[in-house]
Design a protein around this ligand. Sequence first.
Ligand SMILES: [Zn+2]
Length: 207
Amino acid sequence: MRLTGIIVDEILHGADGTDIRCGVVGEIGCSWPMTASERRVLQAAAHAQAQIGCPIIIHPGRHSDAPFQIVRILQEAGADVSKTVMSHLDRSIFDTKKLLEFAKLGCYLEYDLFGTEFIYYQLEPDIDMPSDNDRIARIRMLVNEGYEDRILMAHDVHTKNRLMKYGGHGYSHILKNIVPKMLVRGISQERIDKILIENPKRWLTFK
Ligand SMILES: [Zn+2]
């Protein structure tokens, strides 16, 4: 597939006519329901990963079935799901049983909307955006279920108002405010280090 060639070339040689090489494929945006072109991009990323062992990160559509469908498409196209991150799980899968079912599939489980707390989620009004305390509770549950090697955390800073300059939390929110609260909730420093240091390092290493 031509798309696979482009992805591999941007990793091995450089992107957009430069010699700057990409370190990850993504974040690959998917809608719900998924479009035909999104499916092709996922398949191309899977083929690239099968060739060169690159890390992949996916933005799922806003529906609890979306992450499952994406993993299935990737697996059918030969991807290594253990080198793949499913981002935005905080707004995607709320049901505990369903989340644990998803965790079994073996990809990284990312809680990456830390600092985002509001009542009205304009991208999908039917979703109740969780609070940071809710996110910590989910992570604690996943740790207790044995998934400490699969959890990732981030801020998803993508708008100006999230930056400190404009009154937001900035990029230090997790380290300054979330880690102390995780300790209060009984998640050990050793486990926090796994989540914040070891897991991203392992994911980012080409296989
Ligand atoms: Zn995203």
